[in-house]
Write a protein that binds this ligand. Structure first.
Ligand SMILES: Cc1cc2nc3c(=O)[nH]c(=O)nc-3n(C[C@H](O)[C@H](O)[C@H](O)COP(=O)(O)OP(=O)(O)OC[C@H]3O[C@@H](n4cnc5c(N)ncnc54)[C@H](O)[C@@H]3O)c2cc1C
Length: 382
């Protein structure tokens, strides 16, 4: 490499790429706007309660990819953890994802799996043959009662629009189980770092060839001919000149109590009349720790403004059209590769980020050694 590559962002994407370059013998600069590494996976101790706080929302590491599990566990100890979620609907609490217990409690029945399957099929709206919207998809799968209780209000709060405006594809991914399996993720490898995600990312970045600059906003005009790996927002690289790609942002309202406040790490609130989507009780992510006090967070979703943190890419028809224009612009720009969840405008879990970052590093190192140009996108955002 003629000039040391510059990596913008010290989240998992940037950190993993930096480490691969350093181990391949290259010096690398990592520039991070925030005062800390680990991006949105950042965790810190709450001074008042001693509880480990997931600052940008709760993060559970889960993957089906054993190589990625082996990779991430190289950097610190992970504790066994199996994520479970409950939801409050009116005056009652149910288990998620919808499973046989949810169905039996909701309809006050004692169905066995085949009976429940047949019952839910009767509830489903058989007149909807080719569902296009989220709402039609839900009604055709579970019928109006389960839809209203578990999907409608939550989705309206989370996405700020009616489920009639969202594509059916969103719901096709949500599981519906006719057994008592209430584990939230299907992946065989699951855990939470014993001391949080921050020391994991610090370990990845801890290499003599890696120079991390915190509290530094990278300006794309200052590339200095070095190749840039950009894990900031794709539209932000171009100063939003084609418009702003739509995101949802989150407001986190913390409160502290004594003891165990809700008895579970995440309690969703399914109905529209409760303004927040969920409450997280952080100490339940670390059941190996003991704390007398507790720290909980109410989570509110809303449209992302220019000064807000972008969390969930919206990716509906209008956003995809704008994304396509940004992708064309990016492909016509030299010396930059867009990486990570913001650089490619996709929702990515941590394991996917790590896998993609390893791919990007390998692509670059190979291209560089063969004198070929590095692609603008190693993973297609469209
Ligand atoms: C609420 C929520 C919950 C989630 N829960 C889970 C979960 O349970 N499990 C899971 O696997 N994944 C989860 N994720 C996904 C996880 O957060 C992402 O996979 C991960 O954060 C992506 O890492 P990244 O490095 O691509 O981006 P980020 O973590 O966003 O890092 C990008 C970094 O770039 C920096 N940056 C941007 N622009 C500039 C600039 N101009 N100059 C300098 N620095 C800049 C930012 O400050 C940031 O630190 C969740 C996401 C959300 C929104």
């Amino acid at each position: 490499m003629s000039k040391s590559p510059v990596i913008v962002g010290a989240g998992f994407s940037g950190a993993v790429i930096a480490r691969e370059f350093a181990e391949a013998g290259h010096d690398v600069r990592v520039i991070e706007a925030r005062s800390h590494v680990a991006g949105n996976c950042y965790t810190e101790r709450d001074a008042e309660t001693g509880v480990l706080l997931h600052v940008y929302g709760p993060h559970i590491f889960h993957t089906a990819n054993e190589d990625i599990w082996n990779y991430v566990t190289r950097w610190g100890s992970f504790m066994p953890y199996s994520h479970r979620v409950q939801t409050t609907v009116g005056e009652k609490v149910f288990s998620l994802p919808i499973n046989l217990l949810t169905i039996n409690q909701f309809f006050n029945k004692a169905f066995r799996p085949d009976e429940a399957r047949a019952f839910v099929a009767e509830q489903a709206d058989g007149t909807i043959i080719d569902p296009q919207s989220f709402e039609d998809q839900a009604l055709s799968m579970v019928g109006p009662d389960l839809y209203e209780a578990f999907f409608k209000g939550y989705t309206e709060k989370q996405w700020g629009c009616s489920p009639t405006e969202l594509p059916a594809s969103i719901l096709k991914r949500l599981p519906l189980r006719f057994n008592y399996d209430d584990s939230y993720f299907n992946h065989p490898f699951q855990g939470i770092p014993e001391h949080g995600y921050t020391p994991i990312v610090e370990s990845i970045l801890d290499h003599p060839r890696i120079d991390v600059q915190l509290n530094t906003v990278f300006d794309p005009k200052d590339t200095d001919d070095a190749h840039v790996f950009w894990s900031g927002p794709l539209d932000g690289y171009f100063d939003h000149k084609l418009g702003r790609l739509g995101y949802r942002t989150l407001d986190f309202h913390h409160f502290r109590e004594e003891g165990d406040w809700q008895g579970t790490p995440v309690m969703n609130y399914g109905l529209r009349d409760v303004p927040y989507t969920r409450i997280t009780e952080h100490k339940h992510f670390a059941p190996w720790e003991e704390h007398e006090k507790t720290l909980c967070t109410r989570e509110y979703s809303r449209e992302c403004g220019p000064d807000d943190i972008p969390y969930y890419p919206i990716r509906l028809v209008d956003e995809k059209a704008m994304l396509s224009e940004y992708v064309d612009l990016a492909r016509a720009t030299e010396n930059v590769t867009f990486i990570g969840r913001l650089g490619t405008y996709r929702y990515l879990d941590m394991d996917v980020c790590i896998k993609e970052a390893l791919d990007v590093a390998e692509t670059y190192l190979t291209a560089h050694s063969e004198g070929r140009p590095i692609p603008t996108f190693v993973h297609d955002p469209l």
